[in-house]
Design a protein. Structure first.
Length: 348
């Protein structure tokens, strides 16, 4: 991919108007001179999570494969590359590889330093040692995550999924105690229904912690579930949306174009469900737009998400360090309005 891919073009108008946020001013040193960054440049792009003090790069590095298909040395190279390109937002969970993902991130943080400039999001509720969202499980899970991450606070903690067996009021009450202690700064929800998000907001109006963000599945080939109702609720509540599986298990990266590309591994089996004529036409459109910008199709798929209402930072992972640049580049890429409309139409 060209190093020029992330440079912002002049702003055309009409059908070719660009879609995205205005570029931030260049980063400057105390002397007032522009900061000299590495080739591509450390992206100064930052977005603020509403009603928090968290300012994050618009691409959260997903670490679900750490400790599973990605080993310790490879994970460090991926994290190093993400940071070198301006990334500061890391997403994990206590259930990823039974906690090994958190441990690897913690090891990297100890080696590299910079905890105060790194925003860590993790999720609880699915680790077998502390299952569900009972107050006891929540408190045990938070303490275990803190130990593995080697930190004394978590920036953004998600409930990894709803727990219908525990009243939401009890779960949020436990979080109130934890947040008052300083162990967790802000709270988010993952895989929650619109109805439960509304219930949570009512409880927040009565003094319990509010959900600042929603992590949910959303991509060009998986739109209906989010756009049918969750989008309206998150916008009404001012919640930041962090889409996971934004590249549909690699399908939108162009990795799977025929049945011959599908292997026996879990990832390709999941991507296989998207192999149909409609989605292959969509992939062809991504290829065309990507060629015009001299970037991989994955960058275009992520840039489309970043232009959607409420979306703050897609969560995307990498299995090799050389894949990270294509992910981070989406934060600085602007799509022509005509391209966005074409993608909207073909993906419906």
């Amino acid at each position: 991919m060209s190093r020029l891919a992330v440079l912002r073009p002049a702003h055309p108008t009409g059908a070719h108007a660009i879609v995205g946020s205005p570029p931030p001013p260049p980063e400057r040193a105390a002397s007032g001179e522009p900061v000299a960054d590495r080739d591509l440049g450390r992206s100064p792009c930052r977005r603020s999570i509403p009603e928090t003090t968290l300012s994050v790069h618009p691409l959260a590095l997903g670490c679900s494969s750490f400790g599973w298909s990605v080993g310790g040395e490879a994970s460090r190279r991926i994290l190093d590359e993400h940071a070198a390109l301006g990334g500061n937002f890391i997403d994990t969970a206590d259930s990823y590889s039974a906690g090994r993902s958190e441990t690897m991130i913690g090891s990297w943080l100890r080696m590299r330093g910079g905890r105060e400039t790194t925003v860590i999001a993790t999720k609880i509720g699915r680790n077998l040692d502390n299952p569900g969202l009972s107050p006891r499980s929540i408190m045990g899970a938070v303490d275990a995550s803190l130990r593995r991450l080697g930190t004394d606070y978590i920036d953004l903690l998600y409930f990894h999924g709803d727990d219908v067996h525990i009243p939401l009021e009890e779960s949020l009450g436990a979080m109130a105690t934890i947040m008052q202690s300083g162990k967790v700064r802000y709270l988010g929800a993952s895989n929650f229904s619109p109805e439960r998000l509304i219930e949570a907001r009512v409880l927040a109006a009565n003094g319990l912690p509010r959900f600042s963000a929603l992590e949910t599945q959303y991509s060009l080939v998986r739109r209906r579930d989010f756009e049918a109702s969750l989008s309206l609720v998150t916008q009404a509540q001012g919640m930041a949306v962090m889409p996971y599986f934004p590249l549909a298990h690699g399908f939108l990266a162009g990795r799977y174009r025929s049945k011959a590309d599908i292997g026996t591994d879990t990832r390709s089996q999941r991507a296989a469900v998207y192999l149909n004529r409609k989605n292959l036409r969509l992939l062809g459109l991504l290829d065309r737009i990507a060629a015009e910008h001299d970037v991989p199709p994955a960058t275009i798929a992520l840039a489309w998400l970043l232009a959607r209402p409420g979306v703050l930072a897609p969560v995307a992972g990498a299995s090799h360090a050389d894949q990270v640049e294509a992910l981070v580049a989406a934060a600085g890429l602007y799509l022509a309005r005509s391209d966005v409309l074409d993608l909207d139409h073909l993906s419906k």
